[in-house]
Design a binder for this molecule. Structure first.
Ligand code: HEC
Ligand code: HEC
Ligand code: HEC
Ligand code: HEC
Ligand code: HEC
Length: 664
């Protein structure tokens, strides 16, 4: 066979073999004789001593095995290195390469290089591992998630199904009606999504219109696909029951006297809808029908909300619903008014059949239909209890059609979700009593839709995908001359990919919760909304763990006088790198801030981890190919400034960082 034919054959083989590659590496954990698998984005891990590596295993010593491919962009010589506290081994393309911590040189093929790695947890203390690579073109960095893939296997599918079932069981609040004190954790302990109450059903008459409410109760999924609220009634009197409940829920309280809307605010509201990223999670209020990005519809708002109540909701979405997934944007009164006007003046008016309802019958249904089990945490009285439904099969709430469902609520589950729930019901529920931060973070990124706004692992955000739609709303804004230094709509926002490695846990927790008062990127119109009620601390910790990092690194010794002096000089224009043309330092503004605006270094000190600080400054384009931050070091780490530290970038940048630590 000629070489060309051979290589063609090899390529074909590679394509047939790897056609099913999916992102991430397969990891199999073993602890106390039980195994569990999942897919991780990176070859890294952090399991604090005494904690379980996954929710389905017990705490204590464990073993983890990764399998998959490094998809190398080039054929060539690389270095692979590992930092770990456990007993770690790695082989590549069938050859043993690493045994314990260290750095090895290796030839990578272009395309897939099969990887198998294994760790036994540390005998004492926390277990961690981080896999890095380097080449002659770039310094040591974590092996990025964009080049790690694996082939799916039945046990991975089964483990994913189990996790899906566990999440559905918690979020859909099955235990609100089918309880068992012996099997389930107490409310507020264990898996965070378990036992969260549905919205408070108080004073709805001040907020919503009665006819809409009846339609919502009759069929919530018709109004909001994927809502967690089930359709509770079936049969010919379902509409009447919903109307009775709507009458009961809105009785006695009238809406506040409404000021008429000022339609001229709508255009500004539309601009905010685009520029704040509402458009990444929601369809426009004038859009109907299926959405390519599965965003949450808002066309019904005009039919549902009293105007002043909508303004109040936008300012504090969690007020009546602590578990809400709608984030907190810290809107000003003007912004909330403009947004509400845009939403209400562009919505649809749907003709709803207003069936007169009976308040007394509604009051009785509120208890007997199980509404208050979810909405007020009323103890479950429904039969059968949990232990029995685990054996029921495809009946009741797990029925696939009205006949098999009978009088049970309809959660609009698809067949995958029903199988997932059945798989989970067959377990002993012990996984609800504990959780793993790395998995919690991954679930929340999906549940709270962080990727609506943030690019991640090479995938662009939904916000970017719907930019054409956003542009129309922006273009409708009155033309205004751009004043230098004013925030802009089209500056990039940081991808989520490396944030777990980049940011200090404490800062990241507060930032995700919406508790950092300043805005790091003052040049953006967009802002990070707050998620104050979603255990931002655990989410941030999970992101750190995904990158093999602890909550907090050991305290650093105080900077030395020599480094402080050198650092201050290196930062400046006179004999230094002149970092301060772009980066402000505290009150000292940066002159070139409008061309390549950067973050104030005083904030950087409390935000950024030491390891990432160095990685970024050594090779910024490795992290962000479009960044305007210059590169100061060559691949060997040498800079243009031979003095101080003989031109060694690592030491020079360290001095800069040490100096910055002293700036208040
Ligand atoms: C609002 C209360 C409520 C909630 C929440 C609820 N169920 Fe039910 N469930 C019922 C009622 C009522 C029945 C019907 C009982 C009957 O037929 O007597 C039922 C029946 C069932 C049955 C059939 C039991 C049998 O032996 O026939 C299964 C299985 C079931 N539910 C599973 C679930 C799962 C899984 C969830 C969460 C996704 C869930 N349920 C949430 C009220 C509820
Ligand atoms: C990260 C996704 C996300 C973003 C961004 C977002 N929302 Fe929401 N929003 C939700 C979700 C999810 C709900 C559904 C309620 C729930 O789950 O609690 C919701 C609910 C709403 C509702 C109530 C809908 C109803 O049927 O009554 C309104 C109004 C709303 N959002 C407006 C906005 C506006 C205005 C913005 C921008 C300032 C915005 N949202 C940004 C996720 C988001
Ligand atoms: C399995 C739990 C569950 C049951 C049972 C349930 N709900 Fe809900 N309900 C929810 C959740 C969760 C939401 C929030 C919507 C969302 O997350 O998409 C909700 C939303 C609502 C809302 C809108 C509230 C708001 O301010 O946005 C009303 C009204 C409501 N439910 C009434 C009822 C009534 C009446 C019943 C009984 C017939 C009932 N619910 C039964 C879980 C439930
Ligand atoms: C509505 C859009 C939007 C959503 C949804 C969103 N973010 Fe952000 N996020 C931003 C913007 C804009 C910034 C930049 C803010 C700044 O620097 O002023 C940001 C910044 C961040 C930062 C700081 C990064 C840095 O380097 O400064 C973190 C951490 C973060 N987001 C995490 C999350 C997580 C986790 C979620 C989901 C729970 C999420 N974001 C959802 C818009 C969003
Ligand atoms: C030409 C402008 C420019 C110069 C000069 C510059 N930077 Fe930057 N720097 C940037 C930009 C742009 C970013 C990324 C901002 C973002 O994340 O949105 C950045 C980010 C950083 C970050 C991450 C900060 C954080 O809080 O997220 C560090 C650390 C940093 N630069 C260090 C330096 C050092 C040290 C120097 C001098 C050796 C320097 N920079 C010179 C533009 C510059």
């Amino acid at each position: 066979m000629s070489f060309r034919l051979f290589s063609l054959f090899a390529t074909l083989l590679a394509h047939t073999l790897f056609a099913q590659d999916t992102p991430g590496l397969a990891v199999t954990f073993t602890a106390a004789g039980k195994t569990d698998s999942r897919v991780d984005r990176l070859l890294s891990l952090y399991v604090p001593a005494g904690q379980a590596p996954t929710p389905f295993l017990t705490a204590g010593s464990f073993n983890a095995k990764w399998e998959g491919d490094i998809q190398s962009p080039l054929r060539g010589t690389f270095k692979l290195g590992v930092e770990t506290s456990g007993k770690f081994k790695l082989s590549l393309n069938g050859q043993p390469l690493l045994d314990g911590a260290g750095l090895k040189t290796v030839q990578l093929n272009k395309g897939p290089n099969h990887l198998v790695a294994e760790i036994t947890s540390a005998e004492k203390g926390d277990t961690f591992v981080r896999l890095n690579w380097a080449s002659k073109d770039f310094p040591l960095e974590p092996v990025p998630p964009t080049i790690l893939t694996h082939a799916t296997r039945p046990e991975l599918t089964a483990a994913a199904q189990l996790r899906e079932g566990r999440l559905l069981f918690a979020q859909l609040n099955c235990a609100a009606c089918h309880a068992d004190i012996a099997l389930l954790p107490a409310k507020g302990t264990g898996m965070p999504e378990f036992g969260q109450n549905a919205p408070l059903l108080a004073e709805l008459g001040t907020k919503y219109k009665t006819a809409f409410l009846a339609d919502w109760i009759a069929d919530p999924h018709a109004i909001r696909p994927h809502t967690l609220m089930p359709k509770v009634f079936t049969g010919t009197d379902a509409g009447q029951k919903a109307a009775d409940l709507a009458a009961m829920l809105t009785q006695g309280v009238a809406p506040a006297a409404e000021k008429p809307l000022e339609p001229k605010l709508a255009v500004a509201g539309g601009g905010l809808f685009a520029n704040l990223g509402c458009i990444a999670c929601h369809q426009r209020p004038d859009a109907t029908g299926a959405d390519a990005h599965d965003r949450i519809p808002l066309a019904h708002l005009r039919d549902k909300w009293q105007a002043s109540a909508l303004v109040e909701f936008l300012k504090d979405p969690a007020k009546a619903y602590p578990a809400t997934r709608m984030p907190h944007f810290r809107l000003s009164d003007d912004e909330a008014n403009q947004l509400a006007t845009y939403l209400l003046t562009n919505g649809m008016l749907i003709k709803r059949k207003a069936i007169p309802g009976d308040v007394a019958r509604g009051g009785a249904l509120l208890v007997s239909a199980g509404c208050l089990n979810c909405h007020a945490g009323m103890p479950a009285t429904t039969q059968p209890a949990l232990a029995k439904i685990t054996k029921a099969g495809a009946k009741g709430c797990l029925g696939g059609d009205d006949a098999s469902r009978g009088t049970a609520p309809n959660f609009a589950l698809n067949s995958d979700q029903r199988s997932a729930l059945k798989t989970f019901l067959a377990t002993d529920f012990a996984s609800l009593k504990q959780d793993t931060p790395a998995e919690f973070a991954e679930r929340q990124i999906k549940n709270l839709n962080c990727v609506a706004c943030h690019a991640r692992d090479g995938n662009v955000s939904i916000w970017t995908m719907v930019d054409g739609e956003a542009k129309k709303l922006r273009d409708a804004l009155p033309v205004k001359e751009h004043i230098e230094g004013e925030p802009v709509a089209d500056a990039p926002i940081p991808p989520l990919t490396w944030l777990g490695e980049k940011l200090q846990h404490d800062w990241m927790s507060k930032f995700i919760a919406g508790k950092i008062e300043y805005k790091p990127r003052t040049w953006l119109i967009g802002r990070m909304p707050g998620f104050p009620v979603h255990l931002a601390g655990d989410m941030a910790l999970g992101l750190n763990h995904q990158h093999g990092l602890p909550q907090k690194e050991a305290d650093e010794p105080a900077p030395t006088a020599e480094k402080i002096t050198a650092g201050e000089k290196l930062l400046g224009a006179d004999g230094g790198f002149n970092c301060i043309t772009c980066h402000a330092v505290g009150d000292q503004a940066a002159p070139a801030v409008f061309e390549a605006p950067a973050i104030n270094f005083v904030q950087t000190v409390e935000r950024v981890r030491k390891g990432y600080f160095h990685r970024w400054v050594m090779a910024p384009i490795r992290i962000d190919p479009d960044t305007k931050m210059p590169k100061y070091a060559d691949p060997e780490g040498m800079t243009q400034l031979t003095d101080p530290f003989d031109g060694k970038g690592a030491q020079q940048f360290d001095a800069i960082r040490e100096y910055l630590r002293t700036v208040k």
